[in-house]
Design a protein around this ligand. Structure first.
Ligand SMILES: Cc1ncc(COP(=O)(O)O)c(C=O)c1O
Length: 381
């Protein structure tokens, strides 16, 4: 119980009574975003990476309340599509506070970026340069390089990124086409649990700059996202604090030489800022195993499980001395919709509530309304 209390205190910023009253007001499934935690994470990033401009990765959680809060805190935004540009603009964010950080852009996305003035963007291949030359030749371009993704759950250099050796030529090519190459970007994978990925990438950035010096005026270095969920401490999986100690000295060198250094954190800003409250809507004993059916599943907020390979902790608001291994399943008719197996839980009843912390990133964002089940309602406290 003490362990549970400690985890609860760290991860869930409200009491059980407050959760029950939120559910009375809003029903479940309910994604509760703590404004205080969101701002705390944002400020911790600023503190641990001084001088680096934050472009929050909208894809991690595009809820309007998140965008509005971060805009007010002074954040800029990493957008990946026409719709994300539209969303961020609708909150009054000026176009110069955005980077179109998708190396493969739809033509209509590019046209919209030109119409609205979102002129900073990434690319990693020649075909993209041709598209940009045709639609938005005034855009300022960052070449994105492939990096090692060792230890990251999602390898973001599989589908994206030019070989670092090819980057100088891609920069020269942009210049020959009359475009404006001005920077270098990378993404080390998400979440990245190996700080060496950043250090290797920064070394590659340095080498590329040396190769183009005097010909291409590199002014922006974009270190992407991938930062771990934990902010403090020496945890096995790394923390922002540990990453900062290793990475900042290298970044200070770039800053000292007058480069503008930007980052695109998503998970570390919003991941621990939200918890889910879901309800038991059914129960069964199948082959001697307890099954509890929840009103949220892998087609909903738990889409983080298939898409982000995430795992979660489950805190029922019911106490008991006895605990049994159980299966937690979602509400849809699909057999794939199983949230977790072998979870130790007290015997639960219909309408019991389960609280799931650290579920703010890549969860609600990728939820669907498959089978007609609506996405979890979102509230900010
Ligand atoms: C281009 C880009 N930037 C930033 C991010 C955010 O990464 P993270 O949430 O790991 O910080 C992603 C995640 O997919 C991405 O693709």
């Amino acid at each position: 119980m003490e362990r549970i209390n400690q985890v609860w205190e760290k991860a869930i910023p409200v009491s059980e009574e407050e959760i029950i009253s939120l559910v009375r007001e809003f029903d479940t499934p309910l994604l509760v975003i703590s404004k205080e935690k969101l701002l705390h994470n944002y400020r911790a990033f600023q503190e641990f990476f001084p001088g680096i401009e934050i472009f929050y990765a909208v894809k991690a959680n595009p809820h309007p309340l998140v965008i509005r809060t971060l805009k007010e805190a002074g954040s800029s935004f990493d957008v990946a599509s026409l719709q994300e540009i539209e969303l961020v603009l609708s909150h009054g964010v000026p176009p110069e506070r955005m980077i179109f950080a998708n190396t493969i852009k739809r033509k209509k996305g590019l046209r919209y970026a030109r119409e609205t003035g979102v002129d900073l963007m990434t690319y990693d291949n020649e075909e993209e340069l041709k598209k940009i030359a045709l639609i938005y030749p005034e855009a300022r371009l960052l070449v994105r390089i492939k990096t090692p993704s060792n230890g990251a759950r999602a390898n973001l250099s599989y589908k994206f990124g030019a070989e670092p050796d090819m980057a100088p030529e891609l920069l020269f090519q942009a210049q020959r086409m009359g475009l404006k190459p001005i920077g270098i970007s990378f993404h080390v994978g998400s979440p990245c649990l190996n700080v060496d990925n950043y250090l290797y990438s920064l070394q590659k950035v340095r080498e590329i700059i040396e190769k183009v010096t005097g010909e291409i005026p590199i002014s922006i270095i974009d270190i992407g996202g991938g930062f771990p969920l934990d902010i403090y401490g020496e945890g096995e999986e790394g923390s922002l604090e540990v990453f900062s100690r290793a990475i900042v000295p290298h970044l200070q060198q770039f800053l000292g030489e007058g480069y503008r250094v930007i980052a695109e954190p998503g998970r570390v800003i919003v991941g621990s800022a939200a918890f889910l409250v879901t309800k038991v809507i059914g129960k069964a004993l199948r082959s001697g195993v307890r099954w509890y059916y929840l009103d949220d599943g892998i087609y909903g907020t738990f889409s983080a499980i298939p898409f982000d390979k995430a795992t979660f902790s489950f805190f029922p608001l019911r106490e008991s001395k006895e605990e049994f291994p159980a299966v937690l399943a979602g509400p849809t008719c699909d057999s794939l919709d199983v949230v977790a197996e072998n979870v130790l839980l007290p015997p639960l009843e219909l309408d019991d509530l389960i609280v799931v912390p650290d579920i703010g990133a890549y969860s609600w964002a990728s939820a669907t309304n498959f089978n007609g089940f609506e996405r979890a309602q979102v509230v900010m406290i």
